[in-house]
Design a protein around this ligand. Structure first.
Ligand SMILES: *Cc1c(COP(=O)(O)O)cnc(C)c1O
Length: 396
């Protein structure tokens, strides 16, 4: 038995998405830029996909740019807003300390180009308020970029309130909504969002395709130069099967959102309640204000990597943080941002669920994870020293 509990890293593609893509993988192979019938059939498929994605987000089809994924959308949104700001002599950008690296590394690059980057602290619950953003906005602020929901600890940020503040103050607002789209309701118009990034493989669509919503009238800067695809804003022959699959997956996710969220939240809450009973453990992020599928814990006295390997051997696929940082020895920047000390941040575990996980799988995880944590602690001389009272516990 293999239990997949790493849906924040990627999801299984749905049968609906696969089925929608199949014709465009082989039979309908036209290039949407071609003027003949075969090309135009592909162009129409891309247009239908654009209309579908727009409907799910509450925007117009011509406000959707297809990209190679969430990372590219983040890069293009942030660089575009920076260029707009620069032309007006505004070079101050506000973000948070626990963004995805696609955002943080783009901001680092802009900092080297002379922009001033202000990363708001997110506090122990892993959140910020619209008032925090309002206080940070200055005359020369050109962009606020704040994620919709955090990929490691699941916090859902008050994006609608932040959007309102930014609109009132005339500052562009981008949100990395890669973890939120398809999972929680989003309306870019109601929420005053100027730019939003999404990625298909986080909601049961294919990998390597995503989209950037950009409100009409905001001038994009190209990341990829070449042909005139995507209104000249993103060159390269369209990933026709990809965008068709993404639209089908998003449509399905949005139609079933309430039902899925209710089911996944119930599984999540059982896991949180059960794992909280492990001594010297702590939940990361807020208990209630979090993504339906996110469970994130720190266990004192263990190494997250060892925990993952042992869980894998027992058929549980989990993560210790973001897939992008695993492989490096630095603890997650997200856990450091919420104030977890290094040694605690190293003992982290993220389980991210989807609607195909079952109660039986949760039972198995609740049986297995406490045993594995105890086993690892038993092997650690440091932990034995702590237990014998020579050292202080950090967690409870
Ligand atoms: C996965 C993820 C990304 C990157 O998306 P890709 O399509 O894999 O490039 C960006 N931001 C967040 C919050 C993510 O979870």
């Amino acid at each position: 038995m293999v239990i997949y509990a790493d849906n924040a890293a990627t999801t299984q593609m749905s049968a609906t998405a696969l089925e929608a893509m199949m014709p465009y993988m082989c039979g309908q192979y036209g290039n949407p830029s071609s003027l003949h019938s075969v090309g135009q059939a592909a162009a129409e498929a891309v247009q239908r996909a654009r209309e579908n994605v727009a409907r799910c987000l509450g925007c117009r089809p011509n406000e959707i740019i297809f990209t190679s994924g969430g990372s590219e959308a983040d890069n293009q949104a942030i660089v575009s807003a920076a260029k707009i700001g620069e032309r007006r002599g505004k070079k101050h950008i506000i973000s948070t300390a626990f963004e995805h690296h696609a955002v943080l590394h783009t901001l680092k690059k802009l900092e080297r180009e002379g922009f001033e980057i202000e990363l708001l602290p997110v506090g122990e619950e892993g959140n910020i308020t619209a008032a925090n953003v309002a206080d940070a906005i200055r005359e020369d602020t050109c962009l606020v970029t704040v994620m919709y929901a955090n990929n490691e600890i699941g916090s859902v940020l008050p994006v609608a309130d932040i959007g309102k503040v930014c609109r009132d103050r005339g500052v562009l607002f981008h949100t990395d909504a890669v973890q939120a789209v398809g999972h929680i309701p989003i309306d870019v118009t109601e929420n005053n969002i100027d730019m939003l990034s999404l990625s298909a493989h986080k909601f049961h669509g294919p990998k390597g395709v995503g989209a950037l919503y950009v409100r009409q009238g905001i001038a994009l800067t190209n990341i990829i130069e070449g042909g005139a695809q995507e209104r000249g804003k993103r060159a390269g022959t369209e990933n026709v099967p990809g965008v068709v699959g993404m639209a089908a997956a998003l449509d399905e996710a949005c139609r079933n959102m309430d039902k899925n969220a209710e089911r996944v939240t119930a599984l999540r809450n059982r896991l949180i309640a059960g794992l909280s009973k492990i001594p010297h453990s702590t939940l990361n992020g807020d208990k209630n204000n979090r993504l339906p599928g996110n469970v994130s814990f720190c266990f004192e006295g263990i190494e997250g990597e060892s925990l993952l390997l042992l869980l894998d051997a027992k058929g549980i696929c989990a993560s210790s943080g973001s897939a992008c940082t695993s492989g490096s020895l630095d603890p997650s920047h997200v856990l450091l941002a919420i104030g977890r000390p290094h040694e605690i941040a190293h003992g982290s575990l993220r389980l991210s669920l989807c609607e195909s996980n079952t109660d039986r799988e949760v039972d198995y995880m609740l049986e297995t994870i406490p045993q594995v944590v105890e086993y690892l602690r038993g092997m650690s001389p440091l932990w034995r020293e702590k237990i014998s009272g020579n050292k202080q516990f950090i967690l409870r």
